[in-house]
Design a protein around this ligand. Structure first.
Ligand SMILES: O=P(O)(O)OC[C@H]1O[C@H](OP(=O)(O)OP(=O)(O)O)[C@H](O)[C@@H]1O
Ligand SMILES: NC(=O)CC[C@H](N)C(=O)O
Ligand SMILES: [Mg+2]
Length: 556
């Protein structure tokens, strides 16, 4: 999961860089490794600033002041392919044809095949191991086939059709054609999120924003927004300033990644018409019901077994609160979060993740001493957090430590956006629930059932006329006065299911065994290389040197 963002403003005298920067801060939780912005100014001239680090570090005021232009795209990276090298920071850029930049959220599963195609058929040089560079070059190669000095919307949609037909995996993308406009497109299953928003200004002109999450659109005054559908693309050219949509390929399914609701997305976002916050509340409620049922089946009363419910900050807070309310137990913030430490799960190496859990969370003995505590987290993935947290609870004097996960046991790779090359890194891999409990040192582990999790992630009719409707089928603004240019003529299609491969081992794009095998081999190869002192660069989880190459000047 990365964060992507694009803006095109009707005001040719404005510089969108500052809004892109601000928007990036709203998407920081989706990627902490690298950040980048490319803007396009007069004469189609591009201005870029990108590199490893958080948005606030990469986007200094001085650098921002040099990014001119009324359109631009941004990226917040959490690497899932290639390495975490500086040179793989996005947006990527190719000069031919037309000067194209691209921000990609997702992970391709046929990168190897695409690399071969680039080499043998279209003869394009690929300079990094990033799948996003491949995707951009494929788009460029498709556009180049028209051999025109200027492309039109039809050519772009046709080129995207070529991309859709060749690419496998998850992709939500924002591209920018120098001097032309911005383009958004989403894979035919809609695995990763992408929305478009429209802002009507006092002068009657409109600005457009494309973003991974609705929270960015809302926060920046885009009054109307909606999800891009699976297989759909949108083009907003600077000349027309009118979004043109096309269902480029038929929707294969409508299967957003359920992990967006569990962990990835911000709670105040509404993705594909589903409120992330509401879904997390329901996760807590369902979990509480399961816990009650478990004790009932043993002729016990949950109120005699557990004294207090404590969340594992940050993501699980809302679920934990709802869980406590449903169980009729007190809720206490026993762990205090250090606000200066980011998300630990998306840090690039295991040592860093482990040490960061303690740096990030501190247990207050007053809330643990002599008590039976129920710790609630959104997920248990590698088990880094849960093991550390259970230890901390015991050190703080807890009598018994129960651990509840708002999602089911994670036994399989997440191939569309979590940096895992190997199932064996998962604490749930080949372990029963009791074995997980032993491994993390808890007295008992409670897991959500998959069917319950799916029930929690539904479009909620009670939200009509509020966020849900806006995110689905906008026609007019809240005050009924604005006829939106991004309205759909028909009802948004129903979600057909969720991408839940981490729980089931079945992926919406089909059998991906060979991709996983290749990823595993690459990791092993890399481990050997780094043992022998070489700087392997072709897989994840390796802190690559911040080398300077053609895509990056090193000083951004
Ligand atoms: O089993 P693990 O491999 O440790 O992964 C799961 C944990 O990682 C995430 O927390 P993170 O600190 O990344 O983010 P948060 O502050 O949003 O909860 C998630 O919320 C779990 O707490
Ligand atoms: N998390 C993502 O969306 C990653 C995008 C791309 N696969 C990369 O590694 O840069
Ligand atoms: Mg967490």
């Amino acid at each position: 999961m990365c964060g992507i963002l694009g803006i095109i403003s009707s005001d040719t005298n404005t510089n969108v860089a500052s809004e892109l920067f601000d928007g990036s801060l709203y998407l920081q939780h989706r990627g902490q490794d690298a950040a980048g912005i490319v803007t396009c100014g007069r004469g189609g001239r591009l201005y870029q600033c990108k590199g490893n680090g958080m948005a606030r570090d990469v986007f200094t005021q001085e650098r921002m002041s040099k990014l001119v232009g009324n359109m631009g795209i941004a990226h917040l990276r959490y690497p899932t392919a290639g390495s975490s090298a500086n040179s793989e920071a996005q947006p990527f850029y190719v000069n031919a044809p037309y000067g194209i930049s691209l921000s990609h959220n997702g992970n391709l599963t046929n990168g190897e095949e695409l690399k071969k195609y680039m080499d043998e058929v279209v003869h394009r040089h690929i300079n990094t191991d990033s799948d996003s560079e491949l995707l951009l070059n494929l788009f460029a190669a498709e556009l180049a086939t028209y051999d025109k000095s200027r492309v039109n919307e039809n050519d772009i949609f046709k080129a995207l059709e070529g991309v859709y037909n060749r690419v496998r995996g998850a992709y939500a993308c924002i591209a920018m054609l120098s001097g032309y406009g911005i383009i958004g497109f989403r894979d035919p299953h809609g695995i990763r999120p992408l929305l478009i928003g429209e802002r009507l200004k006092d002068d009657g002109q409109r600005d457009y924003m494309l973003a991974s999450e609705s929270v960015v659109l809302k926060a920046h005054g885009y009054q109307v927004y909606r999800d891009i559908l699976p297989g759909e693309a949108v083009i907003i050219s600077k000349d027309k300033m009118l979004p043109v949509f096309k269902q480029v390929v038929p929707l294969k399914s409508y299967s957003p990644d359920i992990f967006e609701y569990v962990y990835f997305a911000r709670p105040d976002s509404v993705l594909d018409g589903i409120s992330v916050y509401r879904s997390r509340l329901l996760m807590g409620e369902k979990l509480a019901q399961n816990i009650t049922d478990y004790y009932k089946s043993q002729d016990k009363n949950v109120l005699n077994e557990i004294d207090v419910v404590i969340p594992v900050p940050d993501t699980s807070r809302h679920s934990a609160l709802q869980c406590a309310i449903t169980l009729n137990l007190p809720y206490r913030e026993g762990f205090i979060k250090n606000r200066y430490v980011g998300r630990t799960f998306i840090m690039p190496d295991q040592k860093q993740r482990q040490s960061s859990v303690r740096r990030k969370l501190n247990a207050m003995a007053s809330e643990f001493y002599g008590k039976s505590v129920l710790l609630v987290d959104d997920s248990i993935v590698r088990g880094t957090t849960s093991q550390e947290i259970v230890n901390m609870a015991r050190e703080a004097g807890a009598k018994r430590v129960f651990f509840a996960s708002c999602s089911p046991v994670i036994r399989y790779n997440h191939i569309y956006g979590i940096d895992l090359a190997d199932n064996k890194q998962l604490v749930g891999y080949n372990r029963t629930e009791n074995e997980v409990s032993l491994k993390i040192g808890a007295d008992h582990v409670f897991y959500q059932k998959l069917e319950d999790l799916i029930d929690c992630c539904q479009r909620d009719d009670s939200l009509k006329d509020h966020e849900r409707e806006l995110a689905l089928t906008p026609v007019v603004s809240r005050d009924n006065s604005i006829i939106s240019m991004i309205a759909r003529n028909d009802e948004a299609p129903e979600i057909t299911g969720f991408e839940a491969g981490v729980f089931t081992g079945k992926y919406v794009t089909g059998d991906e065994t060979s991709y996983m095998l290749r990823a595993e081999q690459a990791r092993a190869r890399n481990a050997r290389r780094s043992d022998s002192g070489s700087t392997g660069m072709d897989i994840l989880d390796v802190k690559a040197p911040s080398e300077i190459n053609i895509f990056n000047s090193g000083d951004y």
